[in-house]
Design a protein around this ligand. Sequence first.
Ligand code: URA
Length: 164
Amino acid sequence: MLEDVVLQIQNCRKCRLWQTSIYGVPGEGPVDARVMFVGQNPGSEEDKTGRPFVGRAGKFLTKTLAEFGINRERVYITNIVKHTSPENRKPFPDEVVACLPYLAQQIAVINPKIVVLLGASAKEAPRVEGVRYFEVVHPSAAMRFTKMREKFRIQIAELAEQIK
Ligand code: URA
């Protein structure tokens, strides 16, 4: 059950990151979502709210998806690592290893057709047979660099085409 995974994440003590965060951020979206987005780990806005991708990068992602006809409320959005990290550093390998079983459970329960990997860290996501994986630029890079933004928009356009 998705609720079980959510509770486990909210109470997780498997690595050090819970000590420096407010909330575990399990993810959000419908349990029957056909598309799942996976980012790196929550930032400070996400930590304050317990919700994924609600800060600047999240708003940018939500807006770009909408421009290509993808409604954020119809997809599931989560991260490789479910807690924020000090100064937003990249999660350490042992933190990723500790957290990955949650993502594996989420993929198993939601059973999406496509998993969209946002940025390089998301490539650590467990690969499941029958699920398509779609790599895109991370929205924070797309927000900052024109070339990355152009690439991101092309990728999201292609994703929209694939899920039509
Ligand atoms: N960046 C991520 O990778 N994940 C979030 O939830 C927010 C920003």
